[in-house]
Design a protein around this ligand. Structure first.
Ligand SMILES: Cc1cc2nc3c(=O)[nH]c(=O)nc-3n(C[C@H](O)[C@H](O)[C@H](O)COP(=O)(O)OP(=O)(O)OC[C@H]3O[C@@H](n4cnc5c(N)ncnc54)[C@H](O)[C@@H]3O)c2cc1C
Ligand code: FES
Length: 298
């Protein structure tokens, strides 16, 4: 399950971050808890066999019971970014933030403690530390939108553990599309934006980023972002214009999650394609011409 570009060398030229590898095959994990988190659900699974994941990695999830039994859908497992990872007795407790948008996410949002979930992961390429992206980079600016706040929660923890200064900007469309703040970002200062003004700055989270990027500190920072494709594309373009390095966690339709189906192919700026599940989902802003990946976003 190692990364490789279908063609082009942009992904192979990047320094490879340390990437925890999943055990072979899928495994059953018990649900520890499932609670409302703003407009989303936050559920945790106890994984006794897998390694501790890195922020930006994802898992393929399928409930053991009630998965496609009545209508045939959902059939394939669904991709989920890991939002928290706490080592517990004999394993790791994995947290996932879920937005109910269809049959698979609906079933996962309905999970009850004690029920079981098939998981495969951690998969994919994680975020890199600022100094791995740009030698001498000292800080991180996290920009999240909607359900995209999930992988940034774990990234914030990883960076805080390494004493990397982090500034966090989160944006939500409305109350239904906000979540994770009290549970995943309770311990840190966050600047908020919302399209409808129900919290923080009324407007886009990229308005807050534009202000930060004007400051001197931005020149030695790396921007990390996950969210809806139009937001990611705005972040990519703003960083490119100002010469600030960025890493973006993209989404694409994923059937297998480990490089076999080619369903997640994303064009590279230099030509050719990458499979987002093995060469991403975290990509450097310079690797792509646009973050508007066909078939992604909800
Ligand atoms: C690497 C990765 C990480 C993800 N992390 C999370 C997460 O942390 N939390 C979360 O709630 N969701 C996450 N998603 C999105 C999630 O996998 C999809 O929403 C899910 O597969 C939809 O399945 P469904 O059966 O509920 O709905 P479907 O009926 O399959 O789809 C419902 C709607 O969602 C859209 N959709 C389907 N698949 C995707 C996809 N892969 N990306 C974006 N939109 C999609 C469809 O176009 C449709 O509009 C992630 C996706 C990827 C690729
Ligand atoms: S999801 Fe199958 S190759 Fe990427």
């Amino acid at each position: 399950m190692s990364g490789s570009a279908i063609s082009g060398s942009a992904t192979t030229a990047r320094p490879e971050p340390q990437r925890p590898q999943p055990p072979f095959g899928r495994r059953l994990c018990a649900v520890a808890a499932n609670e409302a988190s703003g407009g989303y659900r936050l559920f945790t699974l106890d994984d006794s066999e897998g390694p501790v994941p890195r922020a930006g990695q994802f898992y393929m999830l399928a409930a053991a019971e009630g998965w496609g039994r009545e209508t045939g859908r959902p059939y394939l497992p669904r991709a989920f970014s890991v939002a928290s990872a706490e080592t517990a007795d004999g394993g790791v407790r994995l947290g996932f933030l879920a937005d109910s948008v269809g049959p698979g996410t609906r079933r996962l949002c309905d999970l009850e403690p004690g029920q079981r979930v098939w998981i495969n992961g951690p998969l994919g390429r994680p975020f890199s530390e600022p100094a791995e992206v740009v030698p001498g980079a000292a800080g991180a600016i996290l920009v999240g939108g909607g359900i995209g706040v999930a992988p940034l929660a774990l990234l914030r923890e990883e960076l805080a553990d390494r004493n990397v200064p982090v500034r966090t900007l989160l944006g939500f469309r409305d109350q239904r599309h906000s979540g994770g703040l009290d549970d995943l970002f309770a311990c840190c200062e966050v600047r908020l934006a919302s399209d409808d003004g129900h919290t923080g700055h009324r407007g886009y989270v990229t308005d807050l980023l534009a202000v930060l990027l004007e400051g001197d500190a931005a020149r030695s920072a790396v921007v990390y972002s996950c969210g809806p494709p139009p937001m990611l594309e705005a972040v990519r373009a703003m960083c490119a214009e100002r010469g600030v390095a960025c890493q973006l966690a993209l989404e694409a339709p994923m059937a297998c999650g480990f490089g076999a189906c080619f369903g997640c192919a994303v064009p590279l700026a230099e030509g050719g394609y990458m499979r987002l599940c093995v060469d991403g989902p975290v990509v450097g802003g310079e690797q792509i011409e646009t973050a508007m990946v066909p078939g992604s976003g909800h």
